[in-house]
Design a binder for this molecule. Structure first.
Ligand code: TMP
Length: 220
């Protein structure tokens, strides 16, 4: 039976080295959530923020290049500019065309990094997030909760010398990011699922699929 399902907008969030990108894309051994989602729910595209679209990719380069000195407000506006570009040209049109969207980071990263860790007013960030997404509401958000000590070690191992301007911030900054994500999960219990990071990609993947299945695939 060909079941027509509502297109969903799902985001994956977490601090550096939380493994969210691996959870989405998978490895040679473990199928990622994106491919599992397409088989079990319906057609979808996989995107990332900042980026996912030519202008937003250019903004990503500016934001992440280690040589660039960027004020905290400029940084916020650049993330929001990249977001506005991606939502207006890719995400919102895709959802209108009945295509689900899975996105590696989005609005909660700005709250956690620029807000909780960067001390920019969170009301302002909420307002800019609203404008940049044209008020699009997320259906579900997985937040992978990794301790910064482990996460930064993972990120350094996988990125080598390719770490970014933001990866390089001190451990206190990354602690605040992690606490911010936990608070976002507490404040949005219907939308957000906090998934504890554990060693072993498969265990985290099982947990993610289980949470998704219980919300969208179980028939009542
Ligand atoms: P990543 O694609 O490797 O996760 O890199 C994106 C970096 O940008 C990561 O350090 C988190 C950071 N970031 C913010 O600080 N604010 C944001 O709004 C977003 C989307 C990402």
């Amino acid at each position: 039976m060909n079941v027509k399902r509502r297109p969903l907008l799902i985001t994956f969030e977490g601090g550096e080295g939380s493994g969210k990108t691996t959870q989405l894309k998978g490895t040679n051994q473990v199928e990622g959530f994106y491919s599992w989602f397409v088989k079990n729910y319906g057609e979808a595209i996989l995107l990332k923020e900042p980026g996912g679209e030519p202008v937003a990719e250019k903004i990503r380069d500016i934001l992440l290049s280690k040589g660039n000195s960027i004020s905290s407000m400029s940084e916020l506006f650049l993330f929001e500019a990249a977001r506005s570009q991606l939502y207006s040209s890719v995400i919102n049109p895709s959802l209108r065309n009945k295509l689900s969207v899975l996105c590696d980071r989005s609005i909660d990263s700005t709250l956690a990094y620029q807000g909780y860790a960067g001390n920019i007013n969170r009301e302002l960030i909420n307002q800019l997030n609203y404008e940049a997404t044209s008020g699009r509401i997320l259906d579900m958000t997985f937040i992978i909760d990794v301790s910064p000590e482990i996460g930064i070690k993972n990120a350094k191992k996988s990125k080598g010398r390719g770490t970014s301007r933001i990866d390089e911030r001190d451990i206190m900054y990354h602690q605040k990011v992690a606490e911010g994500f936990r608070e976002i999960a507490r404040n949005n219990p219907k939308r957000c699922v906090l998934i504890p990071y554990v060693d072993g990609i498969e265990k985290v993947q099982d947990r993610i699929r289980g949470e998704f299945r219980s919300r969208y695939l179980v028939k009542f």
